[in-house]
Design a protein around this ligand. Structure first.
Ligand code: ZN
Length: 141
């Protein structure tokens, strides 16, 4: 399984995620949330920042369903989805992830016959399984 390449700016995101918390970097001066994490605020150019807790809710902004050919580590899970989630309490922040059937469920767990439930605008909730990788479930499966 591929793992995130953690850099200094993004390390806190992954540390919080490993504890089951979804936090986003936000400017400590103007308050604007930003993703991916970076040193400087693109709005006010401040270098001061904080890691703001989110409620872990969002909406599917876009998605794809991956089919082979794929990287070898992913081919065994196909077909699986990749979703782009816009956070409810940080609407300009969009996170890439996967829709699964529950915490700890494998990458390709969302059933092919239910893909009609995966649509743009669907409400989703972040879940954590201890791997440190946030995943998503439908709020109303
Ligand atoms: Zn700012």
């Amino acid at each position: 399984m591929l793992r995130p390449q953690v850099d200094a700016d993004g390390a806190p995101f992954w540390a919080y995620a490993a504890r089951g918390e979804l936090r986003v970097q936000a400017c400590a001066d103007c308050g604007e949330p930003r993703f991916p994490p970076r040193p400087c605020c693109p709005h006010c150019h401040s270098f001061a920042h904080e890691w703001r807790p989110t409620d872990g809710r969002g909406r599917v902004w876009s998605y794809v369903v991956a089919h082979p050919p794929l990287l070898p580590d992913y081919a065994a899970h196909a077909p699986y989805n990749v979703i782009l989630v816009e956070l409810s309490d940080a609407p300009r922040v969009r996170l890439v992830g996967n829709l699964v059937t529950g915490p700890g469920a494998p990458l390709g767990s969302f059933p092919r016959e239910r893909l009609d439930r995966l649509r743009i605008g669907a409400r989703v909730q972040a879940v954590f399984d201890g791997s440190g990788l946030p995943r998503w479930v439908l709020e109303r499966p």
